[in-house]
Design a protein around this ligand. Structure first.
Ligand SMILES: O=C(O)CCC(=O)C(=O)O
Length: 328
């Protein structure tokens, strides 16, 4: 096993070799920043890029050794060797309809690993957190965690993730103090279904979402944004293992079909400033998600138990850095 000093060296040299940050589609100069905070980490042009586009890719941010460890823990969870409290294991709609498939091949995603320290290690990664500070400031909650294992598509196109805005799921605000970190656990390309983003859409508002009417069905909770300008340019984020994209929760994004034989893996954490305030989702977002969340509560806490959405999210969230503040 490499020493932590050599891991650190690997991260730093990868970042330097790759010139660290991808800032291509940016043009012109912006001076009024609202999506990023004053911080010595980002240069003016890097902040401009995020302000304008709603995402930024940092190359080689997470070292190979950590990613291999996360992969190993994922496999142990899938094979049943490790039981993780509160973890949500999701099966792909194409697999769920077919015969029993054992191990990680049956699992499309695990969610809520924040109480499993070997994976929560990702959320606490100081390399990631120093970027997260640029969006959330110093007191940071890890609010939503996922390890996505996009399966080879059996020809049904069900491995796609419809275009959506993550804010649709979150009952806390302000949106600008929430950010997702999504790290490629291997090379991700258009062939294996990389992330797709619609740059600049974070300047808009939260749109209505629903399940898309796909011929062969859609995975549970894979809502799609109902109407958006489909002529808007899309950017396919092809990334190397360890590259990490930070993106805004109103940015419209999704991911494509996995046309390879491998399972495309990524690990992600949504972070929110600890002083975010809670809102009434039913009033502000509509009843759909509320209904699905009620079902989630019923499954986890038992029937007849009335727990507010805010309480659920406070329970799900775990402090990543600093004070807990409004998530207590
Ligand atoms: O990793 C992917 O395929 C898409 C992830 C995503 O956008 C999500 O789960 O909200």
């Amino acid at each position: 096993m490499a020493s932590s000093a050599s891991c650190r060296l690997q991260v730093v040299s990868k970042q330097l070799n790759c010139q660290n940050i991808e800032t291509q589609p940016c043009a012109g100069r912006l001076n009024d920043f609202k999506f990023t905070l004053n911080n010595s980490l980002f240069t003016h042009s890097q902040r401009e890029f995020y302000e304008r586009n709603g995402y930024i890719v940092v190359k080689g941010l997470v070292d190979d050794e950590s990613i291999d460890r996360y992969r190993d823990h994922f496999q142990r969870i899938c094979s049943g060797d490790v039981k993780v409290p509160h973890l949500v294991v999701m099966r792909d709609v194409a697999i769920a309809k077919s015969e029993f498939v054992p191990g990680e091949k049956a699992v499309t995603k695990i969610q809520d690993f924040q109480y499993y320290d070997p994976l929560f290690d990702y959320c606490k990664n100081p390399e990631i957190l120093k970027y997260v500070e640029c969006f959330c400031d110093a007191d940071i909650m890890a609010v939503h965690t996922m390890l996505i294992n996009k399966p080879p598509d059996p020809g049904t196109k069900t491995s796609r993730h419809p275009l959506h805005q993550d804010l649709n799921y979150f009952p806390f605000r302000p949106a600008d103090r929430i950010v997702c970190a999504w790290t490629a656990m291997e090379k991700v390309t258009r062939a294996n279904g990389c992330l797709v983003v619609l740059p600049g859409t974070h300047h808009g508002t939260l749109k209505q979402h629903d399940y898309p009417e796909w011929e062969n069905g859609v995975n549970k909770m894979y809502y799609g944004v109902k109407d958006f300008d489909s002529t808007q340019p899309m950017v396919h984020l092809e990334m190397e293992k360890g590259d990490t994209v930070f993106f805004h929760p109103i940015l419209i994004h999704g991911s494509g079909t996995n046309r390879t034989h491998g399972f495309r893996k990524a690990i992600s954490c949504h972070y929110a400033a600890s002083d975010c305030h809670f809102i009434d989702m039913e009033k502000e977002v509509g009843p759909t998600i509320q209904k699905e969340m009620d079902e989630y509560v019923r499954k986890r806490v038992g029937p007849g138990v009335k727990v507010s959405l805010a309480d659920i999210w406070k329970f799900r969230a775990r402090v990543a850095q600093g004070e807990i503040l409004n998530f207590l």
